[in-house]
Design a protein around this ligand. Structure first.
Ligand code: C5P
Length: 227
């Protein structure tokens, strides 16, 4: 059986990672959450006072990129690979609304993208990988055998993210989550370097009214036809 690369791109909170994780498990593939890598850089920037309310020391962050080492380690209990920054498990720490607020400005920097894309391409060099993000089918793996572009209405996405965050004990309002989702989509879609766009050969799935099982069935079917 041949191994392929599956690229899953789309707007914020479309449930890409939930489906991608399950898909990787079904196919016995590696799963890589590239959003976690950008979040890790935003976490580093916040921890080092390189970004905050009203300021962003872009040049200083770029100069510190060599100090950022992002790794993934499989967590048996969780059933997926968690993200580490310089050896520290930051999986939970990067899922806050605060990180969500600063991650998109950080992801506009070309030097940041170059570093992360290089690492992502290395992770996928032997194929057998499901990678989700914003530029996987367009920039990271333009030759990916299967490209999915996920969409859903902004309200559907904000509701999902709000539930996810409040279920984990975060205190925030639905309006804040909706605001974050729409602001991130705008920054991600309009940035100069690697904007979020649907690759020409990507298959679009609007999952507003689809269950995870239904999405999975569709994508597994598409993948199996190629393997
Ligand atoms: O997927 P997630 O919502 O965790 O991604 C967080 C942010 O990271 C996105 O809003 C986007 O700014 C950035 N990102 C990106 N390119 C990717 C993955 C994520 O620019 N491949």
């Amino acid at each position: 059986m041949s191994k392929i690369i599956i690229a899953i791109d789309g707007f914020s909170s479309t449930g890409k990672s939930t489906v991608a994780k399950q898909l990787a498990k079904n196919l016995n593939y590696i799963y890589v959450d590239t959003g976690a890598m950008y979040r890790a850089v935003a976490y580093f920037a916040l921890e080092n006072n390189l970004i905050g309310d009203g300021f962003f020391k872009e040049d200083d962050l770029v100069n510190r990129l060599e100090d950022i080492r992002i790794t993934f380690k499989f967590n048996e209990t969780a059933g997926f690979a968690e993200v580490y920054l310089n050896g520290e498990n930051i999986e939970a720490a990067i899922r806050t609304l605060k990180i969500s607020k600063y991650v998109s400005p950080v992801a506009t920097l070309s030097a940041v993208r170059r570093k992360l894309v290089e690492q992502q391409q290395l992770m996928g060099k032997d194929k057998g990988i499901v990678m989700d993000g914003r530029d996987i089918g367009t920039v990271v793996f333009p030759e990916a055998e299967l490209k999915i572009f996920m969409t859903a209405s902004a309200e559907t996405r904000a509701k999902r993210r709000y539930k996810e965050l409040t279920d984990c004990g975060h205190e925030l309002s639905y309006e804040d989550v909706l605001e974050n989702v729409t602001t991130r989509d705008h920054i991600d879609s309009t940035r100069e370097d690697s904007p979020l766009v649907k690759a020409e050969d990507a298959i679009e799935i609007d999952n507003s009214d689809l269950t995870i099982e239904e999405q999975l069935d569709t994508i597994v079917g598409l993948a199996e036809a190629l393997i």
